[in-house]
Structures are given as C-alpha cells and as structure tokens.
Design a protein around this ligand. Structure first.
Ligand code: EPZ
Length: 422
C-alpha cells in the first residue's frame, strides 16, 4: 500500500487545476444506463471510484471506452445478449455508490438486483429512502441473501416525501422517475450541485425535470431517452480541500476551474476565519494572510456546510487562535481523523457529535493512518503545516476521491511525494 510523505513549512503559491467532480461523475455514469446508443462524458476525474463504476457498467454489458473522456455504449442489437441486471457484492462492497445503478436499470429494464452496500467507515448509511421511493413508484422490493431485488414492469409517477434529503437517494429516484409513466414529485429533495448536474444531463437526454437544486423536484416521465455529450462540473470538495491548504500555509492559490457558487458555505467560513477568497475569471483565488480566527462549524445538507469538508476544516481549526466547536450532523462516525491528528499534537475533544478544537498548538509530523477519503485528505494537509515529516499510510483511501493530489500540491510548492509500497 502506497504512502504519502509530506515535509511541513512551505507556502502554497500558484495555480491548482480542479478535476471533474467525483460525486457528479458517479451518478452521471449510472445515468448513461438510461439512453440508447453512445453517451460521452468529458472532464472525467481519474479516480479509483470512477474506475470502479466504469467496471460495473462493463459487467452490466455496456461498453465503456476512454479515460479523461468516456464513451459509454448500451448493449443493443446483437449485443443485447450481454445485458446483465445484477451488481455483485464483491464490487458493491468497494464502492457504495454502485447502488446508483438500481434506479436506471429498473426504469429501463423492469428489474435489477444489487448487493446491499452495507455500512462503511463513516456510518451505517442505509438505503431505505432509495427503496421507499421505488416502492412508491410501484416497484416490488425483495431483500434476500444480502441483495436487494427490485422489479416493476413500468414504474408509475408518485409523490415521494423523503425522510432525509439523501443525495444518492434523490439521484436514484430522479433517474427512475425520468422513464416512469406520469408525474413524480420528490419532496425534501437533496439540493447539492451534483443533483442539479444530474437533472441537467437527464434533461439533455430528453427527460422533463424541473426544480433540481430546490427541495421539490418534479419529473414528467417519458418513454425513451437519447444519448448525449457532456463535460462534468468541477469538484467543489477537492477545491475546498485545497482552499483550506492554501489558507493554512498562508499561501496564494488560484483554484483553476472552481465555481464559487458551489462553495458558498465553505467560502463564508473561510472568510470568517480571516482568509481572503475571491471569485476570479479563471476560478477561485484563496490567500491566507495573518492569523486564522477560530470558527464554529455545523455540517448540514446543501446549501449548509458540507460534511465532506468537516475533516479539512478541523485541521484549519487546529491552526487557529482560540477554540472552535464542530458538529457533525450528517454521519454518525466521521471523526476517525481525530485520533490521528492527536498524534500530530492536535488538542481535540469529542463528545458524541461535537468536537471541540483548541487551536494554537503547533502540529508535529508523525506517521498517521488514513481511514476514509476525507480523513486522509485532512492528514495530508495537516502535514503541510506540521513541523518535520508526516507519513500518511493507506493512501488508497485518498485515491478514491483525489486525482494526483501529491502532484497538484507539489506544483504549488509543497514538499510532498508518494512512496510506492514495494
Ligand atoms: C453522498 O453520499 C456523497 N457521495 C457523500 O460523499 C456525502 O458525504 C453525502 O452524500 C452527504 O453529502 C456521493 O455522492 C457518491 P446521503 P450519500 O444519502 O448519498 C442518511 C465523499 O466523501 N440516509 O445524503 O450516501 C445517511 O445515513 C462521500 O465524497 C438514510 O437514512 O449520503 C446519512 O446520515 C462520503 N437513508 C444521511 O442520510 C437513506 O436511504 C445523508 O446520506 C439514505 C441516506
């Protein structure tokens, strides 16, 4: 297993290109199951999770060609016999977003069998809302031997009130409703930019979706969808991660391609912490100045402060003057970076969902263990400001969601390298 070694102390100065959004690419690849013919995506991030989703589409019978640009072709005509409607456990267990093939397959082929994703490091992460919505649309849902089987000759439009504004749950139901008969209304819908991106692409395919980005989304079902070409939006969480790194190192970085309007809550908190953030022609510019002010964070569904930025902001809080209170309200176990940061000298007390960070302590380099995607990112950026050398082990977690992070950071002045495990 590779590790990343960081020597702290350098300012980050220059331009960092932001890749396509992982959490947009994954639903968009699943959406390519819906139309006939060949759909093409550009600006595809080179990530382990995207490769896993491409592998799943191939297992289902789709042709997936390319890397930065992906051409995805449906199994039709003589290839129709390649069609499979099952996502196996050994693949789903490596990436829970595989559940996103459920909605499209049932909508287009009337059936799907997907391994239940099970829990993951950050929480139980059930899919009850995904299934509740499909049942409301007339599907028969059966759970057996760790798999969920969903069947319905033709889904019917329904009004679905989500108990929680689940992102992938909303995405699954959007894709299912696009080919259902009649109108579907999703209430308490997720408002993330990635949900809006999916709705935009489904509409390019011929779907009739209104209200994406708000809490009420209306979908008029159609009979067939057409292939499209689309370039994926930039990754707001990657951009936010590098913004925190620039702030902590008192740097001056242009996040190339980043869209400020996707980062309102994060930018507001960076500014409250005393960081200069400005939308510019080429992206978003972040300049760290003097001391970092302590700020309090509560993670919420979009447009609130994103849970995927909690670990990174905790590191910023470690370098701030004073005490910050962080509340993780989305996932029940998303503080696994805390003991690792503690090994670097951070002063963080956890009580349930609340973390109290006493800033001002100088972080010192150490060997630390990555446990999940965003925790591992927080350890890398902690290494940028820690005195001495930090080794982040098990960086396969990092490779799921950050494209060439060490190359991007090195290009703006970080002393960082990847050490291949012999
Ligand atoms: C998406 O996960 C993202 N992943 C996550 O990003 C992100 O942290 C999360 O949304 C929240 O923003 C992708 O988009 C691929 P949820 P998702 O369903 O959809 C509960 C990263 O680091 N819930 O919005 O799985 C659930 O337990 C990843 O890039 C139910 O109770 O998250 C959680 O407490 C991590 N029942 C809350 O809702 C359900 O049926 C939010 O989960 C579904 C969810």
């Amino acid at each position: 297993m590779d590790k990343i070694v960081v020597e702290g102390g350098n300012r980050l100065v220059g331009k960092i290109p932001i890749s396509g959004a992982k959490n947009a690419a994954l639903p968009l690849l699943a959406a390519a199951l819906l139309p006939t013919g060949t759909s093409t995506y550009k600006n595809v991030p080179q990530l382990a999770d995207v490769r896993t989703m491409a592998k799943l589409l191939r297992m289902l019978g789709w042709e997936v060609e390319g890397t930065k640009t992906l051409a995805i072709t449906a199994p039709e005509g003589k290839n129709r016999k390649k069609l499979k409607l099952e996502a196996p456990y050994d693949l789903v267990k490596t990436m829970r977003a595989s559940v996103l093939v459920l909605g499209p397959l049932v909508a287009r082929y009337g059936r799907a069998r997907v391994s239940l994703p099970g829990g993951c490091a950050i929480g139980a992460r059930p899919i009850d809302q995904h299934l509740k919505g499909l049942q409301a649309m007339g599907a028969k849902v059966t759970l057996d031997h760790g798999y969920v089987e969903v069947e319905c000759k033709r889904l019917k439009g329904a009004t679905i009130m989500l108990d929680v504004p689940t992102v992938t749950g909303c995405e699954n139901l959007l894709m299912a409703a696009a080919l259902a008969k009649g109108r579907t209304v999703i209430e308490n819908a997720a408002r993330e930019p990635e949900v809006e991106e999916l709705a935009l692409v489904l509409n390019k395919m011929g779907a009739k979706i209104q209200g994406a980005g708000t809490a009420v989304i209306t979908i008029e079902g159609v009979d067939e969808l057409s292939p499209i070409e689309h370039s994926i939006i930039p990754d707001r969480i990657e951009a936010g991660t590098f913004a925190v790194a620039a702030a902590m190192t008192r740097g001056d970085v242009l996040l190339e391609g980043a869209r400020a309007e996707h980062l309102d809550a994060v930018i507001a908190k960076l500014r409250a912490a005393g960081v200069t953030v400005a939308a510019e022609a080429g992206g978003v510019r972040v300049r760290g100045g003097g001391d970092i002010n302590a700020v309090d964070i509560v993670t919420q569904p979009h447009p609130g402060f994103p849970t995927d930025m909690q670990a990174q902001f905790m590191v910023l809080a470690c370098t701030a003057r004073g005490q910050s209170v962080i509340k993780e309200m989305i996932f029940e176990n998303r503080y696994m970076h805390v003991p690792e940061l503690g090994r670097m000298g951070a002063d963080i007390q956890i009580s349930g969902r609340v973390a109290v960070v006493r800033g001002g302590s100088t972080l010192t380099g150490a060997s630390v263990m990555a446990t999940d995607l965003r925790a591992s990112a927080s350890l890398v950026i902690a290494g940028l400001v820690a005195t001495g050398k930090t080794e982040v082990l098990r960086v396969y977690h990092l490779d799921r969601g950050y494209e060439a992070i060490e190359k991007k950071l090195k290009a703006v002045g970080a002393k960082i390298k990847r050490v291949k495990e012999t």
